[in-house]
Design a protein around this ligand. Structure first.
Ligand SMILES: [Fe+2]
Length: 331
């Protein structure tokens, strides 16, 4: 038995993430700090850990817990949808229509420096839906057709983005600046091809690895946003409307094989089905905390009915270039 298990009460329900049950919730930040090493060890071992009923009451407490468990929080770059940023590097969950699920993904898997650890805190759980669902990227990789994995390992995947002021994050929100030269500098430094449209809009293209080896365990993980950011994952009515307004090559985001070949509807459905078959879920309760290994574990969000108040922090930056890869990319 792992040493951390002697320190904590654990609940292991089937098809749910490992849950740890704190015995004292008077001081969530103090409890988190005291159990930091055990929690971090549990995340390495299980890929994610839910701390059930930690008693988080407000954003200040969330900030103190996140800070106590990490060496500092990262600033989000290249967000695909806007979030509210709060002092200390805490973010609101992504602004994404409540009635639509967010399919499985690894946070910022298309940037060169990705968060190794995600921290979620729930202050208000939705009455209906809204769980942050999880899937083990190693199991997902093993369940996918080997020829498909081999192709993505060879070529990587391609993300295209088309920024506008109406849908998704604007380029100012994604790059944290309105300065065109600064955006260009960022793109050049981060292996992103870019082009400005005549109307001032920005289009970008970046190729990234689809499979990486975990920095601690060395295990291969399906690590990308190929399915989530593909046009065929969009709600059909939303996709139709976007194509009508922006054209198929002007969608806010889309994904391709690494050589630029399109990814069809059937393949996207296959990827999402494999994720679904390996999904674990546990509805949020007020005051919960969850730590997720962002390389090993994909996450998504169920559709829900308001209200729902969940905060997120990103930590433990990992440079993709430092991960041993066997696949193509420009990083
Ligand atoms: Fe996410």
């Amino acid at each position: 038995m792992s040493s951390w298990m002697f320190l904590l009460d654990v609940d292991r329900a089937p098809a749910a993430p490992l849950a740890i049950l704190p015995t004292n919730t008077d001081d969530p930040a103090g409890w988190a700090l005291e159990h930091r090493d055990a929690l971090r060890e549990a995340v390495v071992e299980h890929g994610a850990v839910l701390v059930r009923g930690l008693g988080l009451r407000d954003r200040t407490e969330v900030g103190a817990v996140f800070a106590g468990l990490t060496g500092g929080l990262m600033t989000e770059k290249e967000a695909f949808a806007p979030r509210q940023r709060y002092p200390g590097g805490i973010y609101s969950s992504t602004r994404w229509p409540a009635g639509l699920p967010m399919c499985m993904h690894h946070e910022l898997s298309y940037v060169l420096e990705v968060p190794g650890l995600l921290l979620f805190a729930c202050l208000t759980a939705s009455v209906e839906g809204g769980a942050t669902v999880l899937a083990d990227a190693r199991t997902v990789l093993e369940a996918l057709p080997p020829a498909l994995v081999a192709r993505f390992e060879r070529e990587g995947w391609l993300l295209t983005r088309s920024y506008n002021d109406e849908i998704g994050a604007t380029f100012a929100e994604a790059f944290g600046t309105r300065s065109l030269p600064d955006v260009q500098r960022y793109c050049r430094a981060n292996a992103i091809e870019f082009a400005w449209r005549a109307d001032g809009g920005l289009r970008t293209r970046q190729r990234r690895p689809a499979v990486v080896r975990h920095p601690l365990t060395g295990r291969r993980c399906w690590f990308n946003q190929i399915a989530f950011l593909n046009q065929w994952t969009l709600d059909p009515a939303v996709r139709e409307q976007l194509v009508e307004v922006y054209g198929e090559d002007g969608l806010p985001f889309n994904t391709f094989f690494g050589n630029g070949d399109p990814i069809d509807e059937r393949l996207v459905a296959l990827l999402n089905d494999v994720y679904e078959a390996h999904t674990v879920r546990e509805p949020w309760q007020d005051g919960d905390l969850m730590l997720v290994d962002n390389i090993r574990t994909a996450h998504g969000r169920e559709a829900y009915a308001w209200p729902r108040e969940v905060y997120i922090g990103m930590a433990d930056p990992v440079r993709i270039a430092d991960l041993p890869l066997r696949c193509g990319g420009d990083f």
